[in-house]
Write a protein that binds this ligand. Structure first.
Ligand code: SF4
Ligand code: SF4
Length: 167
């Protein structure tokens, strides 16, 4: 039993039972969080990780397992995931503030320094944040990587930002 799904979003029970989701992130620095809870034949995350921090024990349909000790939070696994299921969070980017590096496939892109609304995994705005960086590169295959800082009190909830309006 993997827990109960709510509106197609992984439940807290599913995530905490998942081998790719760090159980207790006490690390201040960046760490990958893998929200992949469906046993599908897929493994780009494992092949992209230069540290061997992601493994699929038991074959291609196994859930990805993260070795938090090996993960440096480089973010190379984020853009290769077709399910946009990976992000990197740092609990203490600076005193009182956390950061998240996440995939973003909408236009317009935010710009460095922009104020943004941070959302939880249900798409609900929960706090304000500030864009720290916007990475776009050919090798990212049109998946931009956005890094945002936000108040540390929302560390467990923030997973993305509210989509920006068309201009
Ligand atoms: S963030 Fe970097 S080190 Fe960590 S799992 Fe992803 S690719 Fe590997
Ligand atoms: S690449 Fe994404 S969808 Fe595929 S196994 Fe890894 S986390 Fe899951």
């Amino acid at each position: 039993m993997k827990g109960v799904k709510i509106d197609g979003t992984p439940s807290a029970e599913e995530l905490h039972a998942s081998p790719g989701f760090p159980q207790e992130s006490i690390r201040k620095g960046p760490l990958a969080f893998i929200e992949c809870v469906e046993e599908i034949p897929c493994n780009p995350c494992a092949t992209a990780c230069p540290r061997g921090a992601i493994t699929l024990e038991g074959g291609l349909t196994a859930l990805p397992r993260l070795d938090a000790e090996l993960c440096t939070g480089c973010g190379l696994c984020i853009s290769v995931c077709p399910g946009l299921a990976i992000y990197v969070k740092a609990r203490e980017h600076e005193p009182g503030f956390s950061s998240i590096l996440f995939p973003y496939e909408y236009y317009p892109l935010p710009q460095k320094g922009d104020p943004v609304e941070c959302v939880n995994r249900f798409g609900k705005s929960i706090c304000s944040g500030t864009v720290l960086s916007v990475r776009t590169a050919e090798k990212l295959d049109r998946t931009a990587l956005i890094k945002v800082s936000f108040p540390q009190a929302y560390f467990d909830e923030v997973i993305s930002i509210k989509r920006l309006p068309n201009q």
